[in-house]
Design a protein around this ligand. Structure first.
Ligand code: FES
Length: 175
Protein backbone atom coordinates (compact mmCIF):
# COMPACT_ATOMS: atom_id res chain seq x y z
CA UNK A 1 0.00 0.00 0.00
CA UNK A 2 1.62 3.23 -1.08
CA UNK A 3 -0.96 5.61 0.40
CA UNK A 4 -2.06 7.14 -2.91
CA UNK A 5 -5.52 7.95 -4.21
CA UNK A 6 -7.31 4.88 -5.50
CA UNK A 7 -10.23 4.33 -7.83
CA UNK A 8 -12.52 1.53 -6.73
CA UNK A 9 -14.13 -0.77 -9.32
CA UNK A 10 -17.36 1.19 -9.06
CA UNK A 11 -15.66 4.37 -10.17
CA UNK A 12 -15.51 6.00 -6.74
CA UNK A 13 -12.42 7.50 -5.21
CA UNK A 14 -11.03 6.59 -1.84
CA UNK A 15 -8.20 8.27 -0.02
CA UNK A 16 -6.15 6.79 2.80
CA UNK A 17 -5.50 8.94 5.81
CA UNK A 18 -1.91 9.77 4.82
CA UNK A 19 -0.81 13.17 3.56
CA UNK A 20 0.71 14.00 0.18
CA UNK A 21 2.46 11.05 -1.43
CA UNK A 22 4.85 10.80 -4.35
CA UNK A 23 3.32 10.41 -7.77
CA UNK A 24 2.30 6.87 -8.57
CA UNK A 25 0.26 5.26 -11.31
CA UNK A 26 -2.85 5.42 -9.17
CA UNK A 27 -2.59 9.20 -8.96
CA UNK A 28 -2.24 9.43 -12.73
CA UNK A 29 -5.36 7.29 -13.05
CA UNK A 30 -7.11 9.56 -10.64
CA UNK A 31 -6.31 12.74 -12.53
CA UNK A 32 -7.23 11.12 -15.83
CA UNK A 33 -10.57 10.11 -14.31
CA UNK A 34 -11.19 13.70 -13.26
CA UNK A 35 -10.30 14.90 -16.74
CA UNK A 36 -12.69 12.40 -18.29
CA UNK A 37 -15.46 13.52 -15.96
CA UNK A 38 -14.67 17.13 -16.81
CA UNK A 39 -14.75 16.54 -20.57
CA UNK A 40 -18.00 14.62 -20.35
CA UNK A 41 -19.77 17.40 -18.52
CA UNK A 42 -18.89 20.40 -20.66
CA UNK A 43 -21.63 22.19 -22.52
CA UNK A 44 -21.10 22.94 -26.22
CA UNK A 45 -20.05 26.48 -25.35
CA UNK A 46 -17.15 25.07 -23.34
CA UNK A 47 -18.56 25.81 -19.91
CA UNK A 48 -19.77 23.23 -17.50
CA UNK A 49 -23.29 23.59 -16.24
CA UNK A 50 -23.55 24.70 -12.65
CA UNK A 51 -25.20 21.58 -11.27
CA UNK A 52 -23.04 19.22 -9.20
CA UNK A 53 -21.03 16.48 -10.89
CA UNK A 54 -22.88 13.19 -11.37
CA UNK A 55 -20.33 10.83 -12.96
CA UNK A 56 -18.47 9.20 -11.43
CA UNK A 57 -19.92 9.53 -7.97
CA UNK A 58 -17.29 10.27 -5.37
CA UNK A 59 -17.59 8.02 -2.36
CA UNK A 60 -19.23 9.71 0.57
CA UNK A 61 -21.07 12.26 -1.57
CA UNK A 62 -20.52 15.98 -1.84
CA UNK A 63 -18.96 16.17 1.63
CA UNK A 64 -15.81 14.60 0.21
CA UNK A 65 -15.48 17.12 -2.61
CA UNK A 66 -13.87 20.51 -2.29
CA UNK A 67 -15.12 23.35 -4.47
CA UNK A 68 -12.39 25.96 -4.67
CA UNK A 69 -12.94 29.51 -5.89
CA UNK A 70 -9.96 30.44 -8.08
CA UNK A 71 -10.51 33.62 -10.06
CA UNK A 72 -13.06 35.84 -11.72
CA UNK A 73 -13.76 34.96 -15.35
CA UNK A 74 -12.80 38.53 -16.28
CA UNK A 75 -9.29 37.94 -14.94
CA UNK A 76 -8.55 35.36 -17.64
CA UNK A 77 -9.44 36.81 -21.05
CA UNK A 78 -9.49 34.60 -24.13
CA UNK A 79 -5.99 33.55 -25.12
CA UNK A 80 -4.46 34.09 -21.69
CA UNK A 81 -3.58 32.12 -18.58
CA UNK A 82 -3.22 33.07 -14.94
CA UNK A 83 -2.10 31.51 -11.68
CA UNK A 84 -4.36 30.94 -8.71
CA UNK A 85 -3.11 29.55 -5.42
CA UNK A 86 -4.88 26.78 -3.52
CA UNK A 87 -4.31 26.64 0.22
CA UNK A 88 -1.58 29.21 -0.30
CA UNK A 89 0.85 26.59 -1.57
CA UNK A 90 -0.40 24.84 -4.71
CA UNK A 91 -0.38 26.76 -7.98
CA UNK A 92 -3.25 26.13 -10.36
CA UNK A 93 -2.97 27.41 -13.89
CA UNK A 94 -6.24 28.71 -15.33
CA UNK A 95 -6.24 28.82 -19.13
CA UNK A 96 -8.77 30.39 -21.46
CA UNK A 97 -8.56 29.34 -25.10
CA UNK A 98 -11.47 30.32 -27.29
CA UNK A 99 -13.68 30.82 -24.26
CA UNK A 100 -13.00 27.30 -22.99
CA UNK A 101 -11.66 27.57 -19.47
CA UNK A 102 -9.45 24.83 -18.10
CA UNK A 103 -7.52 24.40 -14.88
CA UNK A 104 -4.39 22.35 -14.38
CA UNK A 105 -1.42 22.05 -12.09
CA UNK A 106 0.64 25.19 -12.29
CA UNK A 107 4.06 23.62 -11.87
CA UNK A 108 5.57 21.56 -14.67
CA UNK A 109 5.51 17.79 -14.24
CA UNK A 110 9.12 17.59 -15.39
CA UNK A 111 10.88 19.90 -12.96
CA UNK A 112 9.83 22.72 -10.69
CA UNK A 113 8.99 25.52 -13.09
CA UNK A 114 5.99 27.83 -13.16
CA UNK A 115 3.91 27.18 -16.23
CA UNK A 116 2.42 30.65 -16.34
CA UNK A 117 5.78 31.68 -17.75
CA UNK A 118 5.13 29.40 -20.73
CA UNK A 119 3.30 29.89 -24.00
CA UNK A 120 -0.14 29.02 -25.26
CA UNK A 121 0.08 27.58 -28.74
CA UNK A 122 -3.31 26.54 -30.05
CA UNK A 123 -4.47 23.59 -28.00
CA UNK A 124 -1.18 23.13 -26.21
CA UNK A 125 0.86 24.79 -23.53
CA UNK A 126 4.64 25.01 -23.86
CA UNK A 127 6.79 24.99 -20.76
CA UNK A 128 9.37 27.77 -21.09
CA UNK A 129 12.18 25.91 -19.33
CA UNK A 130 12.72 22.83 -21.52
CA UNK A 131 10.01 23.45 -24.12
CA UNK A 132 7.88 20.37 -23.55
CA UNK A 133 4.38 20.95 -24.88
CA UNK A 134 1.32 19.68 -23.04
CA UNK A 135 -2.07 18.91 -24.56
CA UNK A 136 -4.60 21.20 -22.89
CA UNK A 137 -7.39 18.65 -23.33
CA UNK A 138 -5.64 15.69 -21.72
CA UNK A 139 -2.63 17.19 -19.95
CA UNK A 140 -0.41 14.71 -21.77
CA UNK A 141 3.12 15.73 -22.70
CA UNK A 142 3.61 16.02 -26.45
CA UNK A 143 7.38 16.41 -26.45
CA UNK A 144 10.27 15.33 -24.23
CA UNK A 145 11.73 15.79 -21.74
CA UNK A 146 8.45 15.82 -19.78
CA UNK A 147 6.94 12.34 -19.41
CA UNK A 148 4.11 12.82 -16.95
CA UNK A 149 0.80 14.52 -17.77
CA UNK A 150 -0.30 17.67 -16.06
CA UNK A 151 -3.09 17.06 -13.57
CA UNK A 152 -6.33 18.60 -14.84
CA UNK A 153 -9.08 19.75 -12.51
CA UNK A 154 -12.81 19.87 -13.27
CA UNK A 155 -13.88 23.47 -13.84
CA UNK A 156 -17.19 25.04 -12.99
CA UNK A 157 -18.01 28.58 -14.11
CA UNK A 158 -20.73 30.13 -12.03
CA UNK A 159 -21.76 33.72 -11.38
CA UNK A 160 -18.68 35.06 -13.11
CA UNK A 161 -16.31 32.99 -10.99
CA UNK A 162 -14.09 30.04 -11.89
CA UNK A 163 -14.17 27.10 -9.49
CA UNK A 164 -12.56 23.69 -9.46
CA UNK A 165 -13.89 20.64 -7.70
CA UNK A 166 -11.44 18.13 -6.31
CA UNK A 167 -11.65 15.31 -3.78
CA UNK A 168 -11.14 16.53 -0.25
CA UNK A 169 -7.48 16.60 0.69
CA UNK A 170 -4.29 17.74 -1.01
CA UNK A 171 -4.49 18.97 -4.57
CA UNK A 172 -3.57 16.09 -6.92
CA UNK A 173 -0.34 17.01 -8.70
CA UNK A 174 1.95 15.03 -10.98
CA UNK A 175 5.65 15.55 -10.36
S1 FES B 1 10.56 22.06 -16.48
FE1 FES B 1 8.97 21.97 -17.95
S2 FES B 1 9.79 20.76 -19.54
FE2 FES B 1 11.36 20.80 -18.06
Amino acid sequence: MDGGIRLDPGGGVSRPSTDRVPLADDRRLHTKALAERDRASYAPDGHRPAEPCQQPTLRGGADDVRRIDLLAVDEVPDGTMKFAWVDGVDAVLVVNVGGRIRAMQGICSHEYFELDKGFLTGDSLTCALHLSRFDLETGDPLDPPAELPLALYPVIVEDGRIFIEIPDGPLPVNA
